[in-house]
Design a protein around this ligand. Structure first.
Ligand code: PEP
Ligand code: MN
Length: 353
């Protein structure tokens, strides 16, 4: 597989000329290997533009006659979509987030793709969990799809991240840990939700070693029938791709510099673990005192004071307040668990004959 593997094109195929113009713009940029365009559009609410369906597939076939080296992919959500897309010579398909969330649909689409021999790009399901994503990937692999790629398009969360879908980077990182063999692309458009933020997400993804991108690019975003806010204009896309091209250091020098820094990180992590161990031991001692004086495990006043003190220190150190708050909350809930568990164990021991 070529790396980086960049797929770009409009959210939806709207007309033959719009598709051909957008395709020609993205194909002029290095690293773009495939054109994306939605043919059937899953819309959250009825009444919007739902895609041109078979007519759009006919435009793809017509454009491919003029440009035989261009490759196209579209979303499929039903076995019938697969049959139609194959009959018009589609080069790859992607599975949308809503479909990945439904094992029955995934199973049916996987069966329809049996023997087609085209790559399948599997977007994550909207729920913040790696399991449905892996489950869908496994279903395509079990159906014999030889080239499966994952696409990270962000997750629906109750927390407002200021983005359309929260990136929750730890989930694709976990996918990479579990399935090191699998190419993972990032779709910064559906994470960002706004063209202003697409570049930042794409930069983060490439810095983290994602294998490529799927970006929405429209020849005239303000007139787009779907996702107008997040689609990049061809010139915005060209600048983004230019910015992403990072200068390469001499590989051996880079490796040595990384090895030194990794050694330092290993040392710091060791210290962190020892300190966490020490902190939990202190929690057990505190639990014993609380038990002795019949005090509740949760002491809200102390917790509030501790949190404000640590957040003020974090700020002075230039650390992200949100980051430190999340860590302290995790440590605090673990401390409460340890204090309660430890008390329970002592009671059990005391009741032993
Ligand atoms: C899309 O790529 O246009 C799309 C609908 O994406 P998702 O399934 O990620 O919402
Ligand atoms: Mn879209």
């Amino acid at each position: 597989m070529q790396k980086p593997f960049v797929v770009a094109g409009p959210c939806s195929a709207e007309s033959c000329s719009q598709l051909e113009r957008s395709a020609s713009d993205v194909m002029s940029i290095p690293h773009v290997v495939m054109i994306r365009c939605g043919v059937w559009k899953p819309r959250t609410r009825p009444g919007g533009f739902e895609g041109m369906g078979e007519a759009a597939l006919a435009w793809i076939a017509e454009i491919k006659q003029r440009h035989p080296d261009w490759r196209f992919c579209c979303e499929v959500a039903r076995p019938r979509h697969v049959e139609l897309a194959m009959s018009y010579g589609i080069d790859a398909v992607w599975i949308g987030a809503r479909t990945t969330a439904d094992p029955f649909s995934v199973g049916e689409v996987a069966q329809a793709l049996k023997g087609c021999g085209i790559p399948v790009l599997v977007k994550n399901a909207p729920m913040p969990d790696v399991a449905p994503w892996i489950g869908a990937i496994e279903r395509f692999e079990a159906a014999g799809v030889a080239s499966v790629m994952a696409v990270h398009r962000g997750f629906a969360t109750y927390r407002d991240s200021g983005l359309r879908n929260s990136p929750l980077w730890d989930i694709p990182i976990e996918l990479r840990r579990l399935r090191g063999d699998l190419p993972i692309l990032c779709d910064p458009s559906h994470i960002a939700g706004h063209s202003d933020k697409v570049g930042h997400i794409a930069t983060m993804a490439m810095a983290m070693g994602f294998d490529g991108l799927m970006v929405e690019v429209h020849d005239n975003p303000s007139e787009a029938l779907t996702d107008a806010e997040q689609q990049l204009s061809p010139s915005q896309f060209a600048s983004l791709m230019e910015m992403l091209r990072m200068p390469h250091d001499d590989e051996a020098v880079a490796e040595q510099r990384l090895a030194d820094l990794r050694l330092a990180i290993d040392g710091v992590d060791e210290q962190l673990l020892l300190l966490l161990h020490q902190r939990m031991q202190l929690s057990k001692s505190i639990a014993a005192v609380k038990r002795c004086y019949d005090l509740p495990v949760l002491q809200s006043r102390r917790w509030n004071a501790l949190l404000s003190d640590r957040l003020a220190r974090a700020e002075r150190l230039g650390l992200s307040q949100q980051f430190v708050k999340e860590i302290l909350e995790k440590i605090h809930s673990e401390s409460i668990r340890v204090q309660i568990d430890d008390g329970g164990k002592r009671d059990e021991d005391a009741n032993q004959p």
